[in-house]
Design a binder for this molecule. Structure first.
Ligand SMILES: C[S@@+](CC[C@H](N)C(=O)[O-])C[C@H]1O[C@@H](n2cnc3c(N)ncnc32)[C@H](O)[C@@H]1O
Length: 223
């Protein structure tokens, strides 16, 4: 049980939160959305958010798109518990949270072609050169993201951080054989003048920081 971000109230993920220890052994093969949502219509779209923070995007968007299942991955325990508790209190049937490192989860567990959209909003910039390897976008992670996206699937990125943006643009340019770059389209839950409307976006907007955004659409391998 956790009380920090809950300001004295316990944060309870209940059945809406999954721990890394809940994941099955990787020897049994890779898993898809059914592991988190139970038996479901295979054609239901499945979106992933990496670094959900307090879960604001998930909450706003999942209410507007009940036909899509959303899994948020967050490796900071307090944020994971806060977001999962919010989803539990709203009893949102189409959202789950996973407390794990997203890179490790995608690489080790997630099966090919199951994700409609991968949302990456205000990813940690890790400005020091020796920490760049911790950034979510890497040449290797883009290969994994391409693998888990379904045909026509998208990686949507927004950041306020100029150096991280440059890094992402360079990585996108090197991955043109995997992805086509197209303009970012705001999701329906974004408020007036917002790109997405996450907690970090709202905080940085108050500081008048400029934002950058792009969408990378999965290309099919040529035979
Ligand atoms: C700057 S915050 C942004 C949170 C939220 N997307 C927003 O815009 O308000 C970045 C979040 O990503 C999480 N994060 C960073 N790398 C991660 C990883 N590899 N796996 C899971 N979560 C990660 C951090 O713990 C943090 O909560």
């Amino acid at each position: 049980m956790s009380f920090g971000l809950g300001r004295g109230k316990p944060l309870l993920p209940g059945t809406f939160g999954f721990d890394r220890d809940d994941l099955p052994s990787t020897e049994g093969g890779k898993i898809g959305p059914a592991f988190f949502f139970g038996e479901r219509d295979e054609s239901r779209p499945f979106d992933l958010e990496i670094g959900s923070g307090k879960g604001t995007f998930l909450l706003q968007q999942a209410i507007l798109e009940p036909e899509i299942d959303f899994l948020g991955i967050e490796y900071a325990g307090e944020f994971y518990r806060y977001a999962a508790d919010r989803v539990r209190r709203h009893a949102l049937p189409n959202v789950r949270l996973l407390y794990a490192d997203a890179g490790e989860f995608v690489r080790g567990w997630l099966k090919d072609g199951c994700v409609r959209v991968l949302h990456l909003y205000f990813s940690d910039p890790w400005p020091k050169k020796r920490h760049h390897k911790r950034r979510v976008v890497q040449d290797g992670s883009l290969i994994e993201f391409h693998r888990i996206l379904r045909k026509g699937g998208e990686l949507r990125i927004v950041t306020d951080h100029d150096a991280l943006w440059l890094w992402m643009e360079e990585h996108a340019q090197r991955s043109l054989h995997l992805f086509e770059r197209v303009p970012f389209v705001r999701p329906p839950s974004a408020g007036e003048g917002e790109f997405v409307g996450t907690n970090f976006e709202r905080k940085y907007a108050r500081e008048s920081r400029p934002f950058h955004a792009m969408t990378l659409v999965r290309r099919e391998p040529t035979t």
